[in-house]
Structure formats: structure tokens, C-alpha cells
Design a protein around this ligand. Structure first.
Ligand code: 4AD
Ligand code: MG
Length: 430
């Protein structure tokens, strides 16, 4: 008999098939036993019918516990009343293991308990839906860049230098040297952009952030395009196109998962290009007018980002930040050198920054001066300044945080559910 997956079951109506999976739930009603089986791709209702209460299949059924693993064989039938529209009339049931008392029951559990059991929590319907959205987002991102002929360049995880400030570096030993876990692939992408024109990297990045917020992970995934000869405005366009592409893809392919998450889709469907664009100066004014205690020159925190996204009801691009609060590599504005040609994309509905990027310094002297001002070790950046020695070129890029994007798409209160095994401040288990 053919082993099939539940997500493909619609192709087998009227046929006998085999399904391999786990017990999701069960109930009895008179002469019928209902078994909800999940196989990772979906859930199907299996039915067993008999007039005889000692029917051997009933006895097997009665012994099944939540999450017991099994193989069932039977006839696929369309049934409007069944969840999903199909059910399986079970003819054979083979138990692989009767599961021990499963710790996660339909009752409420504390977050601490669920995090401790993350390896099992992943099987729950909502967690499954979130990670389906994540996988679809990853696929959309790869399609977006590959379709536009960006070259994938894998950047190193072990590096000798900092990219995004020295306070959040993870240090490790590299034989008799020191190394740091990558905070961003950007600096290496600037080198590969000179070799390939337009490139992207997509991998795990690490920040030893001592902040315990709903937006920070210690280990997160970032996709980073870098484009030779592109200006700030060029990559703002690119960022908008990327976000629209992801949105449309997820709305098209993962609507059922968004429904499981009770994610209202209208606010996502309303989003369109171009996104509103404001300078840091304008953003500060808007915030102060609405009573924010923010002083000019301060970086935005979560409350400011939330406020801004409420004002616009669309993702917002904030540009021209004070150079002092941004990274060392940011190109200054030519008329206002105290401002950096950087951009942050703030997601709608209060989700805050999902993209950070901008135009990079391409002048050798200015870059060397910044490396000094930021107290960065010149030797570790020698290769990076070489890019300004041998055919320097204006260039721009950005990084989009995968987990922040998924949290926004799914409208989750906390980022920890957007990655299978989150690394959080004080949590590295499981
Ligand atoms: O703004 P960030 O720090 O920018 C960079 O790393 C640049 N070097 C990227 C580039 O230009 N190539 O980080 C970019 C994005 C943020 O907008 C956010 O979405 C995400 O990465 N991010 C985090 N996500 C989860 N947890 C954290 N601790 C994050 N820090 C940044
Ligand atoms: Mg940022």
C-alpha cells in the first residue's frame, strides 16, 4: 500500500493508502472511534467503526496515548464534516510506540515550561504554523535574490573583526588567536560585491546582547544584499521590493497557517509601495509632537519605533541618522556630514526595525579616520580598507532580520517562537 503525506491526501480520494505519524487526539462516540493523526504535513481524522465493542481495532485504539507513533492504513474519503475535508476509514493500525505521558497537554502551560520543552512544543499546531511561515519566508527571500541574479556568497562565521560595534561581540579562541562570531556578513559582502557586482549572504549571526526584550535573539538569521555602485535610494527600493515579495508570497501560500495563528491579514494586505520615507529629523519632530521624551541625537528605542509605525500604518523608512549613533562604515551625507546615509525599515503594527542598512564609505582616508575614531584595531581591517585602495566604488546594502520579519508576519508577541531553537539571554537549552 502506498505511503502518502496528509498534505497530498486530496489526490487519493477513493483509494487505500498508508499514513505514518503520531496520535494528535482521539475520542469515541458510540460505535465510532475518531483518531486525529498528524504526520508533520497536516492532520487527518481517522475513523474506526464497529457494532462490536470488543473489535480488535477498538482495543488497539483504546491503548493509544497522545503522541504515540503509528502506521495506519485505510480508505480515503471526502467528508465535508471532517477537518480538512478528508477522512481515513482505518482498516489496519500498527503501533510503533505507546508514548509515555506527554508533558504538553491541551491545558495552558507557562512560557518557561514550554521553552524547557521546546523540542516537543514544536509539534503543537501554532508552533508548526509559525515555522511554516518561516520556511516560506526563507524560500521567498532566496527566490527574490536568485531571480534577480544576485550571487549567493557565504560569509564566514568566525571572524577577526567586529562589524556592528564591539559591545555585542561573542569572543572565542582560535588556536593561539582570538576570534569573534559574526555579527553580520556585510564587510565580507563588500569584497564579494567588487568581485560579482550584486551579492547576498544569508546565514546565522550572533550578538551578545545583554538586553532581554521581545525583539532580541542572541543567534538570529539575516539576509544581506550588497550592490556595487548602488546609492542609498537604490537599496531603499530594493528593500521595499523584497518586503512586498515576501508579503505576497506568504499571503498566497501560507494563508491556512496565518488562520491557525488567528493573524488578521487585512493590515498586511493594505501594504503597498512606496513606503513612507522620513528623515531622522522629521521622525524626531513627529515623536516629540506626540509627547515622546526623546531628545535630538538619541537612538530610537522600542517605544519610538512602535509610535512611528502607528503614525503611518505602513512600513516606514527612516533615513539620515546622526552619524554618532550609527556604525563606523556609514557614508556621511554630502551637505550634512554629521548625518549618515543609513536607513532603517520599521515594520507596521508596532513591530519595529526589520531592516538596517545604507550606503558605505568608499573614501579610503575617511574610512581610516572612522576606524580610528571608533577605536577599532587597524590591522584587523587592513583587508577591508584594501577595497578602497584598489578601484573603490560607491556601494550600498542592508540586512533583513528573518525572525523579526516572521514575528511581524505572524503578529507574535515575542520573537522566541520564530526559530526552532531560540538562543536567548540565559537560555541555551534545549
Ligand atoms: O541593523 P543591523 O545591526 O545591521 C547590520 O548588521 C548591517 N551590517 C546589515 C547590512 O547592512 N548588511 O541588523 C540588521 C537587522 C535588524 O534590522 C534586525 O531585523 C535584525 O538584523 N537584528 C536582530 N534580530 C534579532 N535579534 C537581534 N539581536 C537582532 N539584531 C539585529
Ligand atoms: Mg539596526
Amino acid at each position: 500500500m502506498k505511503w502518502v503525506y496528509i498534505e497530498d491526501i486530496y489526490q487519493y480520494a477513493g483509494q487505500e493508502v498508508e499514513i505514518r505519524g503520531w496520535v494528535y487526539n482521539k475520542r469515541s462516540s458510540g460505535k465510532v472511534r475518531f483518531l486525529l493523526i498528524r504526520d508533520g504535513t497536516g492532520i487527518i481524522q481517522g475513523t474506526i467503526f464497529s457494532e462490536n465493542k470488543d473489535f480488535p481495532l477498538f482495543q488497539l485504539f483504546d491503548g493509544l496515548t497522545q503522541e504515540s507513533s503509528l502506521i495506519v492504513r485505510g480508505l480515503v474519503r471526502t467528508d465535508k464534516r471532517a477537518p480538512g475535508g478528508y477522512e481515513l476509514e482505518i482498516k489496519e493500525l500498527e503501533v510503533i510506540q505507546i508514548a509515555e505521558d506527554y508533558p504538553i497537554t491541551p491545558k495552558e502551560h507557562s512560557v518557561a515550561f514550554l521553552m524547557e520543552h521546546r523540542h516537543l512544543w514544536l509539534r503543537s499546531q501554532k508552533q508548526h504554523a509559525v515555522l511554516q511561515v518561516r520556511a516560506e519566508t526563507v524560500r521567498a527571500i532566496r527566490d527574490f535574490f536568485n531571480d534577480r541574479s544576485f550571487r549567493l556568497m557565504d560569509t564566514p562565521i568566525l571572524t577577526p573583526n567586529a562589524c556592528e560595534g564591539t559591545t555585542t561581540l561573542f569572543e572565542t579562541s582560535y588556536f593561539d588567536q582570538k576570534a569573534y562570531l559574526s555579527q553580520s556578513g556585510q564587510l565580507y559582502n563588500e569584497a564579494t560585491a567588487a568581485a560579482f557586482g550584486k551579492v547576498y549572504c544569508f546565514g546565522p549571526t550572533f550578538r551578545a546582547e545583554k538586553s532581554k526584550t521581545r525583539r532580541h535573539l542572541i543567534e538570529f538569521w539575516m539576509v544581506e544584499p550588497e550592490v556595487a555602485f548602488a546609492t542609498l535610494q537604490d537599496i531603499i527600493e530594493l528593500g521595499q521590493d523584497l518586503i512586498m515579495f515576501i508579503l505576497e508570497r506568504v499571503l498566497e501560500r501560507r494563508r491556512a497557517d496565518l488562520e491557525i495563528l488567528e493573524r488578521e491579514t487585512a493590515p498586511l494586505e493594505r501594504i503597498s509601495k512606496p513606503f513612507p520615507q522620513v528623515t531622522y529629523d522629521q521622525a524626531v519632530k513627529l515623536l516629540q509632537e506626540r509627547g515622546s521624551p526623546l531628545a535630538y541625537g538619541d537612538d530610537f528605542g522600542a517605544p519610538e519605533e512602535t509610535k512611528l509605525s502607528e503614525i503611518f500604518d505602513q512600513p516606514v523608512c527612516v533615513t539620515h541618522f546622526p552619524a554618532k549613533i550609527k556604525a563606523f562604515y556609514m557614508q556621511p551625507d554630502k551637505d550634512r556630514p554629521d548625518l549618515a546615509l543609513g536607513v532603517d525599515f520599521l515594520a507596521s503594527e508596532g513591530f519595529g526595525e526589520i531592516i538596517g542598512g545604507g550606503q558605505r564609505i568608499h573614501d579610503l582616508n575617511l574610512l581610516e579616520q572612522r576606524i580610528k575614531e571608533f577605536n577599532l584595531p587597524a590591522e584587523a581591517f587592513k583587508w577591508y580598507t584594501d577595497l578602497r585602495r584598489y578601484g573603490t566604488f560607491p556601494h550600498s546594502g542592508f540586512g533583513l532580520g528573518l525572525e523579526r520579519t516572521v514575528a511581524w508576519l505572524c503578529k507574535l508577541a515575542h520573537i522566541r517562537e520564530t526559530i526552532p531553537f531560540p538562543r536567548l539571554l540565559y537560555r541555551i537549552y534545549p
